[in-house]
Design a protein around this ligand. Structure first.
Ligand code: ADP
Ligand code: GN1
Ligand code: MG
Length: 380
């Protein structure tokens, strides 16, 4: 599935007595946000966009100008002001790179309110606004090798542009975000508690998960061997915007989890979300697996911009990244299922379990294709 962001609001132009206009004018949230972020109070529309699991993302349009507004998930991000501070440091760095001709992609900038604030309290939550990148679309499943190479290359450009950014400036908005040992502890704690009595329903997945904890030591062995770098930490395919016309990469989005990490995390999350022909929550498990030609295209696309910075050990660590990231997200979905769905947005009761089953199916296929995938990696 893909998600298209038109140049203009999908509801515009309004003709006569448009119902959406009437309802939006009386929608106090849309009106408040529109006035706060300087769009005015005329011809307002607000509708959900994208398929993110964490924040509520809306396209807000008024007077033919559009902004992306997001109600931040403050359970996940308890310190939204630090989230915005991190993102703005990155915006500034990327803008400098852009001015030097060293970064070509669009930069998603936060938009201040009329009183120069970046957060607005509204509707029992905290909202921010981002510049809307029109004429773009995002994908939930990679269509072909060319798209994989283009997106991976853009994530690579993003990594290189942040190569000289001091990631220690970034606040750890979610501590231990990709710490597998910590994620394993959390899973064990929720198994012990079994708060919503779902353990029996997913014992097979739990047993499988517990049998894979050797990955924790494999990761520990990398400490001091691969460099800590500024990472995006959520390089899933729908965090890339493509141009409607040229189908080139337009912007890397969702910078909320940019924190110090290993490039293997960003590589692995791309493998996880680019390579399967099925969406992350598909229950068509026979079809879930790694498309080897997509894997090869992603390796090529990502490594090319990194070539002057990447170390041999980092390249070698990409195999571990492939395994760890797919496994870890499966573990996180399973943990959330057992915990009663407190973290990821769900559409039905079994959603998190189905996501976990999907990711474990993908992880199993990765293990089964070990020799082929490692051979592709050793070729770059
Ligand atoms: P989440 O944190 O919930 O994943 P995202 O920031 O990734 O939220 O946004 C969700 C979706 O909204 C994206 O996948 C994309 O389709 C769309 N989107 C987000 N920001 C923009 C933007 N600045 N311009 C256009 N579309 C956007
Ligand atoms: C969440 O925000 P979104 O939908 O891009 C999650 C990622 C997971 C991903 C799984 C802050 O990403 O870590 O990999 O879902 N983001 C956060 O699809 O937890
Ligand atoms: Mg996202």
């Amino acid at each position: 599935m893909s998600y298209v962001m038109d140049e203009l609001s999908p509801i515009l132009p309004f003709s006569g007595r448009d119902n959406s206009e009437i309802s939006m004018k009386s929608n106090p949230v849309a009106l408040h946000l529109s006035e706060s972020f300087g769009l005015g109070s005329e011809r307002i529309s607000m509708k959900p966009i994208g398929n993110g699991h964490i924040n509520s993302t809306m396209l807000l349009t008024a007077n033919e100008k559009s902004l992306v507004v997001q109600k931040l998930n403050t359970e996940v991000f308890p310190e939204p002001e630090m989230l915005v501070k991190n993102a703005r440091l990155i915006e500034t760095h990327l803008s400098q790179k852009h001015q030097l001709g060293e970064y070509d992609l669009d930069i998603i900038r936060h938009v201040p309110t009329q009183s120069q604030q970046f957060l607005v309290d509204c509707d029992n939550g905290v909202w921010r606004a981002l510049e809307f990148i029109g004429g773009s679309y995002s994908e939930d499943v990679v269509k072909n090798t060319s798209q994989a190479e283009i997106a991976a290359n853009a994530f690579g450009q993003f990594a290189v542009a942040l190569g000289d950014f001091n990631a220690e400036q970034l606040y750890h908005v979610i501590p231990d975000f990709h710490n597998l040992a910590m994620r394993a502890q959390t899973l064990k704690a929720v198994i012990a508690k079994n708060p919503v009595d779902r353990l029996a329903r997913c014992q097979a997945e739990v047993d499988f998960c517990l049998s894979q904890f050797g990955l924790i030591n494999e990761l520990k062995d990398l400490q001091g061997v691969v460099p800590v770098r500024p990472c995006h930490n959520d390089t899933k395919i729908n965090n890339m915007l493509f141009c409607n016309k040229s189908h080139t990469a337009k912007a890397v989005i969702d910078l909320d989890t940019c924190m110090p990490g290993y490039w293997l995390y960003d590589f692995g999350d791309m493998v996880r979300t680019f390579c399967s022909p099925e969406e992350e929550d598909s229950t068509n498990l026979e079809n879930v697996g790694v498309r080897e030609e997509i894997f090869a295209a992603l390796v090529k696309g990502y490594v090319e911009p990194l070539k002057d910075l990447i170390t041999e050990q980092e390249k070698q660590s990409f195999w571990l990244g492939t395994k760890v990231m797919t496994f870890m997200i499966g573990l996180r979905f399973l943990t959330d299922y057992l915990d009663g769905d407190n973290y990821f947005a769900i559409k039905h009761a079994e959603h998190n379990l189905e996501r976990a089953q999907n990711q474990f199916a993908l992880y199993r296929d990765i293990l089964a294709k070990k020799h082929t995938l490692k051979a592709i990696l050793s070729d770059v």
